[in-house]
Unconditional design. Structure first.
Length: 216
């Protein structure tokens, strides 16, 4: 049966986080479509993976039999994370915008799973795996908005997940999530509410569509 790798990275818990809430809605529909499937859930805020070190990085380019004990221990963590990605039939990532970029915990996960000659390079080992990214943000960085030039989350993830790891990338973008809490954004609350509705609708629709694709 299908395996979903679900990664959360928001520092906010539960419904306080838009990325977690929308990802949870996607997962709920996914599990309804795959009642006997498997979900691997990594909460990078509650249980962060180690930021990559020189030892962990260099170990990826040394044959297993030639690694030092320190390299072997460091690479064992990377091996688990890469295998989870490689064995997943689909990937779901909650990627809220933190200070115009992704959370450092998510960057650490990416640094661990990206290995040239295996997950990256000419024939990436997880190439073609569908990945849904819930890229929530407090404002709007859409084309034509004043802060369009500050959109580093989608641009970065398109480069890393899409072009480098070769994943089949799709986004759900709940925006203006600060509007209900910031009086200066009060006039944007209707736009926030519309964006939130679309995000949950997209989550359900994309989960069903992906289930159909994998069942075909």
């Amino acid at each position: 049966m299908a395996t979903l790798l679900h990664i959360d990275s928001s520092v906010l818990p539960g419904e306080a986080s838009s990325s977690r809430s929308v990802a949870a809605a996607f997962r709920k529909v996914w599990e309804e479509q795959h009642p006997r499937g498997t979900v691997i859930h990594r909460d990078l805020a509650a249980d962060p993976v180690p930021h990559i070190t020189g030892v962990a990085w260099s170990a990826g380019y040394v044959a297993a039999a030639e690694r030092t004990p320190e390299q072997s221990a460091a690479f064992a963590v990377r091996e688990i994370l890469m295998e989870e990605l490689e064995q997943a039939d689909a990937v779901l990532i909650g990627a809220p915008m933190h200070n115009f970029s992704i959370p450092s915990t998510l960057k650490a996960w990416l640094d661990n799973v990206l290995l040239l000659g295996r997950t990256a390079g000419e024939n990436p080992s997880a190439q073609g795996t569908p990945v849904i990214v819930v890229a929530s943000r407090g404002g709007s960085y859409a084309p034509g908005t004043p802060r369009e030039g500050f959109e580093y989350v989608r641009n970065y993830l398109e480069a890393v997940l899409g072009r480098t790891l070769g994943l089949d990338l799709d986004f759900i973008v709940p925006e203006l999530t600060m509007a209900p809490r910031n009086p200066a954004m009060s006039e944007l609350v209707p736009l926030y509410e519309a964006s939130r509705r679309r995000a949950f609708e997209d989550a359900a629709a994309k989960a069903k569509e992906l289930a159909r694709r994998l069942a075909a």
